[in-house]
Unconditional design. Structure first.
Length: 585
């Protein structure tokens, strides 16, 4: 049919000998695209190729004249085939956006040092994985209403039989309450201790196992489910086999990184979201990937950081909230153009605007679609009004809901590590107090705050005799501590550090540096403009937020230039002046 605008073509449907390849596909494309003698529809066709690392020679041989654009998607592009991404979402960005789970890698380093035997290492990994699974399973069922799954990947060919019989099966026999399923190449070699063995043919086992209500706790496989098999309930992976292929590792790990509550994720509590978005892996840890670490707030029966450490935030109001702005009056004296622009050009122009302007357009036109032309023809005037309003913080900035640090967060190891024992965060392992920061400047500023907080910061309320104070890094993951500002669009600043002093004042620090590093090339003009815009935001925020003081410490070489914003005034300090004023506060 030619009346749709989205079509799906399974790769193996367009093949030699198939009806589509015997002229049907080419004829359909000609009908859709070419306007010969007024018979074609003259449409543009975009080809979106998912899993583009897989060869699609037949499709590639179709005439390029048919396709206006080809868009390639792949989680594992083959660089040696020239599949260099035009746009890339990094692993860290995907985790931050809750698109995929973060990975908590099991640690077998101590075991390796003790015995150096592969079988012993693998058996220990299996034991650790199963014990962790038994710990996590009741939480998954109770909090997420999903039955979790542990996947164990074994080797190919002869080694697989030995791994199954000598390493995995004995451990499973000692855990008879867990339901397992062995899925390998030949149906006769597949096995399970579940009743499905009697009720379903082997070819349907994989479909049964992937359902979120399935009772299969553990799936053991070779290579048969490395790609294209979606099982969001899987949250753990134990790799007995050792693979040198980074691409294969990413594909296998992808099985346990899907969101098990994707469709209603926003309805979950933070605790539920943290559980849903964590995957546990014992196996081939990528050497070139940054490690991520979980952190959690210091909490006990006598300590509630989230109640003791309330931080006020700001947001920019919508244009419709401007007191002297009325969309009806704005267009009242606007004259319609003698010759209207075509609807497609107007639509393209509208799509390039901020979301708020687009929403304003649809609200204005919902009762009379003829207003659409008036709005879009005058969109430059609306944008100017919008821009001026957003940049005028006296009018647009308002206090948002008060918040605090999230119960748990995470960070990536960037190599800028520092030992901190006196703030509000704990590592996953409570006896570790080493944290990593985004830059060398952040690390140096954290050291300054760490060293002065005892004389100036409020102590954590607790019966324990711990020397911990109300200050910490504002790790962006899960954080709502942010301040909106305008810079060719509305953005949010997540300050780096927050500290509460003994007078209950909140000190907010956004650390910057003009020192060039190997990982960052700074455009000085653009960077200075961004800092200036951020300073304007903090200046007015300090005026409307009582007892909140903002700082922009900028590191140049080894010296700090610190701008302080307090009660709508700003002052520039040296490091010595800052420390003296801060300690006396």
């Amino acid at each position: 049919p030619t009346s749709y605008n989205v079509y799906v073509l399974p790769r193996d449907l367009y093949k030699q000998g198939g009806r589509l390849m015997q002229g049907a596909m080419a004829g359909w494309l000609q009908t859709m695209t070419q306007n010969l003698f007024g018979t074609g529809l003259n449409k543009q066709i975009y080809v979106i190729k998912d899993e583009c690392h897989q060869a699609t020679n037949n499709l590639d041989n179709l005439s390029g004249d048919y396709f206006s654009k080809t868009i390639n998607f792949s989680a594992t592009p083959k660089l040696i085939r020239g599949q260099i991404p035009d746009v890339e979402i990094t692993d860290e960005q995907a985790v931050q956006a809750n698109l995929i789970k973060r990975i908590d890698f099991g640690n077998s380093e101590q075991l390796v040092q003790e015995n150096g035997k592969t079988d012993a290492i693998n058996k220990q990994s299996i034991l650790c994985a199963i014990e962790k699974f038994k710990e996590i399973k009741p939480q998954y069922v109770d909090k997420l209403k999903v039955n979790p799954c542990l996947i164990i990947q074994i080797s190919n060919k002869d080694k697989a039989d030995s791994e199954w019989k000598n390493l995995i099966k004995p451990v499973l026999d000692n855990n008879p309450t867990l339901k397992w399923m062995l899925i390998v190449d030949k149906d006769k070699d597949c096995d399970t201790n579940d009743v499905v063995k009697k009720n379903l043919p082997v070819k349907k086992w994989k479909d049964y196992a992937k359902e979120k209500s399935s009772n299969i706790d553990i799936i053991i496989f070779k290579m048969v489910i490395s790609e294209g098999w979606d099982i969001p309930r899987a949250c753990m992976l134990c790799q007995v086999r050792k693979t040198i292929s980074d691409q294969l590792n990413e594909q296998v790990m992808g099985r346990v990184r899907r969101n098990p509550r994707l469709l209603d994720f926003e309805t979950l509590t933070q605790e539920q979201q943290d559980l849903a978005m964590t995957a546990w892996v014992w196996g081939n840890e990528p050497k070139d990937k940054q490690k991520s670490f979980n952190v959690r707030l210091l909490q006990n029966l006598n300590t509630n950081i989230r109640q003791d450490f309330i931080v006020k935030t700001t947001k920019l109001a919508d244009l419709t909230e401007k007191k002297d702005f009325n969309i009806e009056e704005f267009f009242e004296n606007k004259k319609d153009k003698l010759v209207s622009t075509d609807i497609f050009s107007l639509y393209d122009k509208l799509q390039k605007q901020e979301t708020e302007i687009q929403s304003l357009c649809w609200d204005y036109t919902k009762e009379d679609i003829s207003r659409y032309w008036r709005f879009c023809e005058n969109i430059d005037g609306v944008k100017k009004e919008y821009h001026n309003y957003k940049c005028d913080y006296v009018q647009s900035m308002k206090e948002d809901k008060p918040t605090s640090f999230p119960i748990s967060s995470m960070y990536w190891d960037n190599g800028n590590v520092l030992n901190i024992e006196n703030w509000i965060w704990l590592q996953k392992s409570e006896d570790e107090d080493i944290f990593s920061f985004d830059s060398d400047a952040e690390k140096k500023w954290a050291k300054i705050l760490r060293d002065i907080c005892e004389k100036s910061a409020r102590k954590v309320s607790s019966n324990n005799d711990e020397k911990r104070f109300l200050w910490g890094k504002n790790f962006p993951f899960n954080s709502d501590i942010k301040y909106e500002y305008y810079n060719n669009g509305v953005h949010a600043s997540y300050p780096d550090f927050i500290l509460k002093d003994k007078q209950d004042r909140i000190h907010i620090f956004e650390v910057k540096s003009v020192n060039k590093s190997n990982n960052q090339n700074i455009d000085n003009v653009e960077y200075e403009e961004k800092v200036r815009i951020l300073g304007a935001c903090y200046l007015y925020a300090s005026k409307i937020l009582e007892n909140h003081i903002f700082y922009l410490p900028i590191l140049k070489n080894e010296d700090w230039q610190i701008t302080r914003y307090e009660n709508g005034d700003k002052e520039t300090l040296t490091e010595e002046q800052f420390q003296n004023s801060f300690k006396s506060s």
